[in-house]
Design a protein around this ligand. Structure first.
Ligand code: NDP
Length: 296
């Protein structure tokens, strides 16, 4: 079998168009422009790239983008004061604090100071609890993007066996909650899992979120399974810098029924879902109906 490629880039463009349509409607019918504030502390090069592309795409879909770039030495008090200001600013519907933060700042404290209704990353403890209990929440962008691609590819994923490799708070755990919400039978594997190849071989859906280049070989993949590769790993091959996933794409494509490439799979969906969450937050804040298909 040669796997069908799940084109995250094309799907993300479709999601952004849906968001842009919704933004245009909000402006025309309600005189509201959704706004996303992104806070960056320090000068981590990868974070700077992410923040730039988030800002660019926010403006492209017609929303207001507010970028706050703070010095690496910024105190916790000053950062919390900025978040408080954004929490109380009616023009700001979504707040994202770019992670990781410099070591002297308490990440949990900072994230939990964001108004949960504006927490478009879905990392606030209230949103984690709401998602875990199947209530309406802000859903973390990367797992939301994975879920959207799975729903789009399969229609229903109810009853399927899903194995997630990785148990982080930002990908693995919320992914498990979302798949459970869609009635999959869910296994979360991690670095202590025994017989990982056997566990993965059972799966109809494999979500790899490990951070180890090409760790999952094709012979772990059940014939016809759907593989969602969240990993983004920079490696050097043949003297060139290259981005690869956590799955060995070449061999996995021979067994899988469908697979996301890296780059061009999960990555573009993450930013599209951030924009989707912002428009959802804006609708909720204004008591308006939520756009269909843009959240879990
Ligand atoms: P973390 O480092 O927080 O978590 C990695 C997880 O992988 C841990 O639960 C760890 O287990 C598990 N793990 C590590 N080694 C093994 C192993 N040998 N076998 C099985 N499990 C293992 O990573 P993140 O969840 O933040 O990110 C994962 C990957 O996804 C990274 O490549 C990251 O760059 C990428 N990513 C991509 C995004 C996108 O937009 N496409 C967004 C976010 C992340 P344990 O808990 O036991 O240590």
């Amino acid at each position: 079998m040669v796997a069908q490629v799940i084109d995250g880039k094309a799907f993300a463009a479709k999601v952004r168009t849906q968001v842009a349509d919704q933004v245009a409607k909000l402006k025309e019918e309600n005189g509201i422009t959704p706004g996303l504030a992104v806070v960056l502390v320090g000068e981590d090069p990868a974070s700077q790239v992410y923040v730039r592309s988030k800002g660019k795409m926010t403006v492209e879909v017609g929303m207001n983008s507010y970028e706050h770039k703070l010095d690496v030495e910024t105190s916790e008090e000053d950062l919390l004061a900025l978040i408080d200001k954004l929490n109380n600013d009616p023009a700001v519907h979504g707040i994202l604090v770019q992670l990781p933060l410099p070591k002297h700042l308490n990440e949990d404290l900072v994230i939990n100071s964001i108004d949960p209704a504006k927490d478009v990353d879905g990392f606030h403890i209230s949103n984690v609890g709401l998602l875990g209990t199947g209530q309406k929440s802000m859903v973390p962008c990367t797992p939301l993007g994975c879920l959207m691609m799975l729903r789009d590819h399969h229609g229903s994923i109810s009853g399927m066996d899903a194995v997630i490799i990785g148990r982080s708070n930002i990908v693995g755990k919320p992914m498990a909650q979302l798949l459970l919400g869609d009635s999959c039978t869910v296994t979360i594997a991690h670095s202590r899992t025994k017989d990982l190849p056997d566990v993965v071989r059972r799966a109809d859906i494999v979500v790899a979120a490990v951070g180890r280049p090409e760790m999952v070989p094709g012979d772990w993949i059940k014939e016809g399974a759907t593989v969602i590769d969240v990993g983004i790993n920079r490696i050097e091959r043949d003297g060139k810098n290259k981005l690869v996933g956590d799955v060995d794409y070449a061999s996995a494509s021979e067994n899988a029924g469908a697979i996301t490439p890296v780059p061009g799979g999960v990555g573009p969906m993450t930013i599209a879902c951030l924009l989707a969450n912002t428009v959802t937050a804006c609708c909720r804040a204004n008591g308006l109906p939520e756009p269909e298909g843009l959240t879990a």
